[in-house]
Design a protein around this ligand. Sequence first.
Ligand SMILES: N[C@@H](CCC(=O)N[C@@H](CS)C(=O)NCC(=O)O)C(=O)O
Length: 275
Amino acid sequence: MPPRNQNPSYFALATRTWPGLHRAARGTRTQVAPVKLTLYYAPTACSLVPYVALKEAGAEFDVQLVNFRRRTHLSEEYLRLNPKHKVPVLVVDGLALTENVAILQWIARRFPAAQLLPNGDGEFEAIALLAWFASGIHPTLTPNVLPHRYCDLPGSEESVRRCAQRLMLENYSIAERRLAGREWFFEHFTLADAYFFWCFRRGIQFEVDVTPFLACRAHFERVQARASVRDLLAFEAATLAQQATEALARAHPAAPRALPKRPTSHTQSLDTSVI
Ligand SMILES: N[C@@H](CCC(=O)N[C@@H](CS)C(=O)NCC(=O)O)C(=O)O
């Protein structure tokens, strides 16, 4: 294991005090010491959710791009940060935090004024929703793009997708009942809304028929209209365009650079290769 001060990675978690929270308890007005935040992010992936959360919180943060096509998430350097080779990772003062459910709660606690989780018992209900999205819905999305991870029988891809989509739709139905007649999952916008937005967006991107889910669709539009999400969508589009240009330059080093058309909506030109 590398020395802690040289590589404050994932494994440092057990041995260092978690920074940035001890004086940020909800309702306190105490000034909290500034921390340096870096979000490891890949376009279209679930790192969208902490990006939106940080924007909603008004946080200052850097973004480190992870390029799945170039397999940067499998590099030695990245695996030191997160041996699970996944985004998101939020690095707080050099200490890496993984798992959306943990990252989102860290952001909510660090920026209490943004009210990213409901108060009182609602907080636990919200955490239950975040856990459901991470461990109940997300696993029904991944097989759509990586069916071979789930079954290596030749020609099984469509069957894997079909089974995953059946589960995805069952989960959307549960969310539909919860969102019926409501603007948000709780009294106001919370991280549950941002996370479900991503879960539903992936279904749309996989061209699953979401027409029956009226409440989820209306919720999707509401979330999409938020300034934080518009910022994310613009950033994502610019990142995808940049990555496409670089890929073109790599494929045809001598050819004149033809800039790819910039995507104009959330459903266009999206990299669905990894989730
Ligand atoms: N349990 C993790 C899952 C994160 C995850 O699956 N991220 C995907 C992108 S949406 C990823 O990085 N996949 C790359 C890989 O599995 O190699 C969380 O909730 O944060």
